[in-house]
Design a protein around this ligand. Structure first.
Ligand code: SF4
Ligand code: SF4
Ligand code: SF4
Length: 317
């Protein structure tokens, strides 16, 4: 009998759903074993009946629930709770669901400031009243899914690596277990390290690191040692894919694009503090960590839920 799957998207951009489609051919092998019973991105399935005639939210029962996106408003909280009630196993898909993601950068500001910025102080629209009718009220901040309901499997990444979705679903289908090993992006990065920065300055990310186009994985120096902020040392590995066929080297996704890691897979260990760990990684190769601008936001860019980002107390006047 096929395994019933329900998928929901909460506070999202839609990229995590694209990563499901991005599974490609292995999805064809999985599909006969799966029955999608609810998936708003693909199915016109209304929460309160097709014509809004019901008073109770209708999400069908499923063996596996997949939720992308963090929880920003009362409606998303209700959907998350209903999914938890209806699904035996719940997967948190993507960094918005696992840690709040990019939208949780808003957690650095009080809710009233956000409303003011959007409805009264926006440079491109006329100032107006904050709408209150027919809209679900915002929660006080963006929450990671596991702050609202218990989660069984976390698959981080913005978006995640489709291979991880296949591994998680295959494990559930065969009764196996799924976990991402506690390794850092650096552990899977082929760039050359000499444990010392080549200069004293932290450079702008928009400038291009030096690389050898003909043999990038043999001859390119670690981006951080070149002075570019790369969050590989404090970020969970999982985004890498093999380059150059079966015997090729593993290369993390951004490194493959010759860009430093921005930390989208979140901390290597639950409860780690990437901000503190990154400051020490920067200093250990001889760079001045104080040169990193806006450290709180940059180093917690994807992980502002779980109270990692919050408004700073007002400075005394
Ligand atoms: S984790 Fe990234 S890709 Fe997924 S919904 Fe959030 S912003 Fe989009
Ligand atoms: S800091 Fe970045 S570039 Fe350097 S080894 Fe780690 S992941 Fe690779
Ligand atoms: S290299 Fe870093 S930012 Fe890029 S996909 Fe991997 S974990 Fe995410």
């Amino acid at each position: 009998m096929a395994v019933k799957v329900a998928e929901e998207w909460l506070n999202i951009c839609g990229g995590c759903e694209v990563s499901i489609l991005d599974i490609g051919e292995p999805l064809l092998d999985l599909l006969p074993e799966l029955e999608f019973v609810h998936m708003p991105v693909l199915m016109d399935h209304k929460y309160f009946g097709q014509t809004g005639e019901n008073t109770e939210m209708e999400i069908p029962e499923a063996d596996v629930g997949i939720i992308s996106g963090g929880v920003r408003n009362e409606k998303e909280k209700h959907v998350a709770e209903e999914m938890r009630k209806k699904c035996n196993t719940l997967i948190s898909l993507g960094s918005c669901a696992c840690f709040g993601g990019i939208p949780a950068l808003a957690n650095m500001f009080p809710l009233e400031d956000l409303y003011h910025k959007v409805y009264k102080d926006c440079k491109t629209t006329d100032s107006g009243e904050t709408p209150t009718e027919n809209l679900p009220p915002l929660l006080d901040r963006v929450y990671a899914l596991e702050e609202v309901v218990p989660v069984d499997i976390n698959i981080p990444g913005c978006p995640t690596n489709p291979d991880l979705i296949v591994k998680a679903l295959s494990a559930l289908l065969t009764g196996g277990s799924f976990e991402i090993p506690e390794r850092s992006v650096c552990d899977e990065c082929p760039l050359k390290r000499e444990k010392k920065a080549s200069g004293g300055e932290i450079k702008r990310t928009l400038d291009s690191p030096e690389f050898d186009q003909s043999k990038p994985w043999d001859n390119t120096r670690c981006f951080m040692e070149q002075g570019y902020l790369c969050l590989g040392p404090v970020t969970l590995a999982g985004c890498s894919n093999k380059e150059g066929g079966e015997n090729g080297v593993m290369v993390p996704r951004c490194i493959k694009g010759l860009m430093p890691c921005r930390g989208c897979f979140g901390p290597i260990r639950k409860g780690a503090n990437p901000l503190v760990d990154m400051m020490s990684a920067i200093s250990s190769i001889g760079l001045d960590a104080k040169q990193v601008p806006d450290r709180r936001a940059l180093l917690n860019r994807y992980i502002g839920g779980q109270n990692r980002l919050r408004p700073l107390p007002a400075r005394p006047k």
